[in-house]
Design a protein around this ligand. Sequence first.
Ligand code: NAP
Length: 491
Amino acid sequence: MPESTVLPSAAIDPAAIPRGLFIGGVWREATGGKTIPVSDPSTEESLGKIADATVEDGLAAVAAASEAAADWAKTAPRKRADILMKAFHLMLAKADGLAELISRENGKALADAKGEVNYAAEFFRWYAEEAVRMIGDISMAPGGANRIVVQYQPVGVSVLITPWNFPAAMATRKIGPALAAGCTCILKPATETPLTALAMAEILAEAGVPKGVVNVVTTSKPGPVIGAMLRDRRVRKLSFTGSTEVGRRLLAEASQSVVNCSMELGGNAPFVVFEDADIDAAVDGAMIAKMRNGGEACTAANRFYVHEAVYREFAAKLAARMGAMRVDDGRLPTTACGPLVNRASLEKVIGFVDDAVKRGANVLTGGKALDRRGFFYPPTVLTDVAKDSALLHDEIFGPVAALVAFKTEDEAVAMANDTEYGLVSYVYTKDLARGLRVAERLEAGMIALNRGLVSDPAAPFGGVKQSGLGREGAHHGLLEFAEAKYIATNW
Ligand code: NAP
């Protein structure tokens, strides 16, 4: 049996996850011994404390990644591939434990957490396969005097910053291609959901990732700690997933040392339903596009533009499905929608709905925070949402669907494009020619045509406009961690 298919039998024990910083293959406390509390958004109960890294700790992680860089870049691609494939199998073997952990620290329903673990593991498998495909090219210069040789080399020490909404998948979507390309890295997970990242560090070490190749640093002071890393000349890459606001700030900081940047930022996805759509299929798609992760996804459908001829039917069917979802502690097997991640997120969603209602929206289902412990908001459908309502312009990041009617294709496209974001757009129509025509006109990096889901490790994920720079997944994601070296030569 090849090494990559050897499976361990033990499941993950959430209580046994180390809580320190993982630097140079060693678990250690933060300098000064400070810690950060972590809690469960379903119960508001403590999940323990994690280390709170200082600038000094952050730079120690850069040093460890830098020391390991040359050997890892030299490691045979096949060997790197085998390690990633082993990590893939280990993740699947520990899937139940990881899913429970994700659900506990993030709040998402266990079914969503299980889906995330599988999706996350697939990035290790995909990039195990890609590690042996850093293929350059060779051509004759047009003038005929020399050859143009292009070789891809690892970009170097990479800082990876991830958000709380997909604590496993956003990490593997960066670590997978970084390692495949031959880069060493420092992962800075979100403070809301660090435990999954710490569990991933253990999995990677068990899979055979050498000391210093993957380091994990948790901190309550991301600004100063990341800022110091970006000013350190050993750092050559920043791969960030998070809000557009923080992304803008990091781009400005990275510009000081011209650090190579990939940015996966916020979204404000339109979901367009034409009059000829299969309405039941559109509602099925809407449930995934809106409610995967309880609406806390960058790809979440934010604004529903529905043709006036099918508007009432779509709204009634969507409200029936949303209203029937069971809202409860994320870990209960019967839960369809868990809590929001924290109180600030809950208050933001409450504010969005109140604002829309004040401007004339009708509440078909939901519309009021639940009176219980934890940060629960019920699945909510709003119709007749006024165009100046805040939730049509900002990411809702919660279980709220805002519906607006349209009359013409041009009007739908204009409303869909009327945003600074451009991550994903959803379109439902039975007319494929119209679907493709509209897909071309929509300003988004990804289009879901008659589908409620785009995410796939084998596809280039990313946005246009202020939703980001670069792509993750596919071969594109590998090249984000590589530099093209051009060698002009005669022979
Ligand atoms: P966030 O507030 O921007 O935080 C993202 C990460 O950046 C966290 O690890 C955070 O650390 C860190 N951070 C915050 N301030 C920083 C600073 N000054 N310097 C360096 N790092 C800093 O986003 P979030 O609330 O975690 O996640 C939700 C956002 O992510 C949404 O906008 C969503 O659309 C976006 N997202 C995009 C994608 C995509 O692929 N395009 C995927 C998932 C999520 P702390 O946790 O310590 O604050």
